[in-house]
Ligand binder design. Structure first.
Ligand SMILES: [Zn+2]
Length: 285
């Protein structure tokens, strides 16, 4: 125990004057909706790491250890700082990063009035849906995830992360995922392995699948025509899990795919085009 305290003390001392080193991350994707990535020690990896009281994603590959932290779309400041703590509340690291703002596009969409002016009955359904969705978002599935994702559908990109959206002329939520248009019935595959934590037919999202890859990294696939998996089922990367559709608040056949890390939506493209992996390789070399 004394030895552990000694190591913790060493940690605190050795990191207390380091934050300036992290003042600018060379990872260009540190923008709203991006991921902050850094290498961590094995000792750090072997314990729960928390930011703002929330467990964060640790990743292990080839005996190297990393931390991946999703940055909110709503981050407006240029400088962002956060503390990494262990579960006893000891500060292990203090991170300061520069947030590079992006100019996200604007999109105008017309949808059925029931989506912009829901009736009382529909509001009740929305409330019930939300309870299930929030619960699935909070699940912690202890698994070292495979972060080298593949595209879940072969099709045409029709929507990217971060677009400001106006529904019937009124600004709605920003677009928190990636849209791929394809014919109804086209196979949707798991972008990476994981566990199915929720399936259902929701008012806004239509037929949906929550796929938990582990340690807070999750895929959400919505507007499906068909769901081919069951809750608590394990799936492999590339396994067919559903079919493209246009259920819920959708304007045409497509898959909407969102990715969560530390309960924060990030740009799914970061895991597809290997930018995240390349960064890790660079840093490790
Ligand atoms: Zn979408």
């Amino acid at each position: 125990m004394r030895l552990i305290r000694f190591y913790i003390l060493i940690f605190i001392i050795s990191y207390s004057h380091i934050p300036s080193l992290y003042a600018s991350s060379n990872f260009s994707n540190v923008h709203p909706g991006g991921i902050y990535v850094t290498e961590i020690t094995k000792a750090e990896y072997n314990q729960d790491l928390l930011i703002d009281g929330q467990k964060i994603l640790k990743w292990n590959k080839d005996n190297k250890f990393y931390l991946l932290y999703g940055l909110s779309y709503h981050l407006k400041t240029e400088q962002h700082s956060f503390e990494i703590k262990n579960k006893d509340g000891d500060v292990l690291r203090e991170i300061r990063i520069n947030i590079v703002q992006k100019n996200f596009k604007t999109q105008k969409i017309n949808v059925n009035k029931k989506y912009t002016e829901p009736t009382k009955k529909i509001l009740e359904k929305i409330k019930k849906d939300r309870i299930k969705l929030v619960k699935a978002r909070k699940i912690w599935f202890e698994n070292n995830p495979d972060i080298e994702f593949i595209l879940p559908v072969k099709g045409i990109t029709t929507g990217t992360f971060g677009t400001k959206r106006f529904y019937n002329g009124t600004e709605g939520n920003y677009h928190n995922g990636y849209d791929i248009a394809a014919d109804i019935g086209t196979s949707v595959v798991a972008p990476s392995s994981g566990k199915i934590t929720l399936t259902g037919n929701f008012f806004y999202n239509g037929k949906s699948i929550f796929l938990d890859h582990g340690r807070g990294l999750k895929s959400i696939m919505i507007h499906l025509d068909e769901i081919l998996v069951k809750e608590n089922q394990y799936v492999e990367k590339g396994q067919i899990i559903g079919r493209v559709g246009t259920t819920g608040k959708s304007t045409g056949a497509h898959l909407h795919w969102s990715v969560l890390v530390n309960n924060t939506y990030i740009d799914p493209e970061l895991l597809i085009d290997k930018r995240t992996i390349e960064h890790l390789n660079l840093e490790g070399s």
